[in-house]
Design a protein around this ligand. Structure first.
Ligand code: SOE
Length: 376
């Protein structure tokens, strides 16, 4: 954004996959969108000094640090973007909000419901903005799907078929990581991928989840750790049926052992008068069926008038997975500038966490229906 205002100082906590994806977004957001406040990429914070130093240099940060608490004390940091493993989320986010910072945090919001509730309470007390990183809210085709559903273009939604399938744990020899330990990740494919799916179901339909039946499976109960075999304490795959307050039913399937699928978030929405289908492996496309006897038509969602696309390239010049983080950063910056709450909020993160928690509780009692608060 033009003007002489000082840039907003940003710090990212976390140097791994998500830290890199968010760093690239902070570097590009001002180049894509001219309506966002300027940012200064001040500090990248990580646990390992040499790795953090190297990553800070290659990702374009002014400084590297291994002391996130010291980063929160700095007056030149306005936005704290948390990309660490889940067990650090609550402590870091609450401290950042209490230090008066704006906070963006990767999904899932927290390890468990208790932490998620404390984080929402901290966000409600805070002066800064808070946002949870459900980056697929910014996929133009999904945002368009949401608009079409809200405008009644497929009639009343009856059912949703939602899957998120990856294969990076299909090999039994794949080593142990923090994502496979309950104490660092909370849950497995359920929290990692299911959180995106539940968020999309809520966002696309505008409906709340009122009850669930769930099942979880860990196909590989042990993985190679640094000191020999280690027990896996989270799920490899999860399934659930979700009842929505509008009367629709959604099926959910998530897996990190789905051979043949790399990053397939697949959503199909069936209404009384049409249907929509999307696959993240073809993220610029939405398949639209209008009318009960209509033919499915593939729509290329790259026009300037399609959601989130105004700052990008001419029609047909497709976006990639990394673009969603740029649009997410832009949404947070615009909200800070306007002084309005960004979306999705910590409260959205908590609502998703309640569904994940209910799926786990249902799975523990062989798929019995678990009602969500107010519907049990
Ligand atoms: C790993 O399964 C992962 O990086 C998720 O954690 C992300 O949220 C998803 O966007 C891609 O896959």
């Amino acid at each position: 954004m033009s003007g002489s205002r000082a840039p907003l100082g940003v710090a990212v906590l976390g140097t791994a996959f998500m830290g890199r994806a968010h760093s690239a977004a902070w570097r590009n957001v001002g180049a894509v969108f001219d309506d966002v406040p300027a940012v200064a990429m001040r500090v990248l914070c990580g646990a390992d000094p040499a790795r953090t130093e190297r990553a800070a240099r290659s990702l374009g940060w002014q400084e590297a640090s291994t002391d996130w608490r010291a980063v929160l004390e700095r007056d030149d940091i306005d936005v704290v973007d948390i990309c660490t493993p889940g067990h650090l989320h609550a402590e870091m986010a609450i401290a950042a909000l209490e230090a008066g910072k704006h906070v963006l945090i990767e999904k899932p919001l927290a390890l468990d419901l208790e932490q998620a509730e404390r984080m929402v309470a901290a966000a409600e007390r805070a002066s800064g903005a808070s946002m949870v990183g459900f980056n697929y809210r910014r996929v133009p085709a999904l945002a368009l799907a949401r608009e079409l559903i809200a405008a009644g273009r497929i009639g009343r939604v009856r059912s949703i078929r939602a899957a998120y399938l990856q294969d990076w744990l299909a090999d039994p020899a794949a080593p142990m990581t923090w994502r496979l330990r309950a104490e660092t990740a909370g849950s497995g494919a359920l929290g990692d991928l299911g959180s995106h799916v539940v968020d999309q179901i809520r966002a696309l339909t505008g409906s709340a989840v009122v009850g669930v039946r769930g099942a979880l499976r860990t196909f590989e109960p042990e993985r190679r750790g640094s000191d020999g075999p280690e027990r896996v304490t989270v799920d490899d795959a999860a399934w659930a049926l979700l009842d929505l307050d509008g009367g629709a039913t959604a099926s959910l399937e998530v897996s990190r052992v789905a051979v043949g699928r790399k990053n397939a978030l697949q959503l199909e929405v069936h209404g009384t008068d049409g249907a929509l289908a999307f696959d993240l492996e073809r993220l610029n496309e939405l398949t639209v069926t209008q009318g009960r006897d209509g033919w499915p038509a593939r729509l290329l969602v790259t026009e300037a008038e399609h959601p989130h696309l105004s700052g990008w390239w001419p029609p047909g010049h497709a976006l990639g997975w990394d673009s969603t983080f740029v649009m997410q950063a832009a949404e947070l910056l615009r909200a800070i500038e306007r002084g309005t709450p960004p979306s999705p909020s910590f409260a959205d993160g908590l609502a998703v966490q309640r569904v994940l928690d209910a799926i786990e509780r249902s799975a523990a009692v062989d798929g019995a229906r678990i009602g969500l608060p107010g519907h049990d």
